[in-house]
Design a binder for this molecule. Structure first.
Ligand code: MRU
Length: 333
């Protein structure tokens, strides 16, 4: 894999500061859990599976700093509320810590599990990409968001290795531009054909017959298949339905939350209004204007054609049964 979002290096967590991409590829190295929490809060490290792994290593750093397990877990858990993976990653290290086991080994095993599951998602979803499909994606669900491979982008990578030639419509993803800054960067690195489009242009291309299917990642998937993902995903799903375009959601098991019966109980993060009122630090709205900034929205399961999982593509109706075998009830949050 070409891109890695983070890695462990000589007792430190090393991560790409994703706020600076695509202009600058800057790697930060830290041995403090407070820095990891700040990196997650500010989106220097982002994407559900990646923040789960970062938090797991954050717990390792907290132990080395002589902090307490539960307080460190609370610090990391307070950073972002929506992505289920964050809480799964914290628990993956908190439990062995309490039990007196090797925490670095636990964090490494969690990282491996996520990377392997994302690769398996790639294998499950690759058959969708036979030939030259034109697919649309929202936000960044690539290696930057998952440590390696991606969720939505993993099947594209596996299919390309097998000779497919997909074309990707990349929603720019306002307000923080994870599509144009990060997804386009990953695709450009690997010479995968793509075009960045304004968020409002997706319906135009769907209606013109230029989108064969949509594939996105998820931050949390409820038991009935309702799911939270980057704000704007819901309207893409409705538009896909209106235009009879299949809509897929790719995610590892750590994103599924059986404690949430429907999407109504998924917490949706609301971020600072400056993210909407400013662009790269420059005010783009009148001084007196206020803004609202939900970072995610919830899409009803009825719009999902299939969940691309490490064990195949599952229709929403089969989800509850399959999840029983895979997931423990909720931990924190
Ligand atoms: O706010 P972000 O950039 O962390 O939001 C990320 C997303 O919404 C991704 O689509 C999601 O985490 C799935 S990534 C595999």
């Amino acid at each position: 894999m070409a891109v890695r979002a983070l890695w462990w290096e000589s007792g430190k967590l090393a991560y790409i500061d994703q706020r600076l991409l695509p202009g600058r590829l800057h790697v930060v190295r830290t041995s403090h859990v407070a820095d990891v929490a700040a990196a997650i809060r500010t989106l220097a490290v982002r994407g559900a599976p990646t923040i789960g792994v970062a938090a797991a290593y954050g717990m390792v750093l907290a132990k080395a700093e002589g902090r307490r397990a539960d307080a460190s877990a609370r610090l990391l858990a307070s950073t972002r509320p929506t992505a289920r993976d964050l809480f799964v990653g914290i628990e993956a290290v908190r439990r062995p810590w309490i039990a007196g086991e090797d925490v670095l080994e636990a964090a490494g095993a969690y990282r491996e599990r996520i990377v392997e599951e994302c690769h398996a998602i790639g294998i499950s979803g690759a058959p969708l990409f036979r030939g030259k499909p034109r697919v649309l994606t929202h936000c960044n669900a690539g290696a930057l968001a998952t440590v390696e491979w991606g969720t939505a982008l993993a099947p594209i990578r596996v299919a390309k290795q097998r000779g497919a030639r997909p074309f990707v419509w990349v929603d720019e993803t306002r307000p923080l531009l994870q599509g144009s800054r990060l997804t386009a960067w990953e695709l450009a690195q690997e010479h995968i054909a793509h075009a960045v489009i304004a968020d409002g242009a997706a319906g135009h291309f769907m209606r013109a017959g230029e989108v064969d299917f949509v594939i996105v990642g998820a931050d949390r998937i409820a038991r009935n298949g309702d799911f939270a993902n980057k704000v704007g995903t819901y309207e893409k799903a409705v538009l896909a339905n209106e235009n009879r375009i299949p809509f897929y959601v790719a995610a590892p098991w750590s994103t599924f939350d059986i404690s949430k019966p429907t999407g109504a109980s998924i917490p949706v993060e609301e971020r600072a209004e400056e993210e909407v009122l400013e662009l790269a630090g420059t005010r783009i709205a009148p001084r007196r204007s206020r803004a609202r900034n939900p970072a995610f929205d919830v899409t009803p399961a009825r719009y999902v054609t299939g969940f691309v999982t490490p064990e195949g593509i599952l229709p929403p109706a089969t989800l509850a049964k399959v999840l029983k075998g895979h997931l423990r009830p909720a931990t924190a949050a």
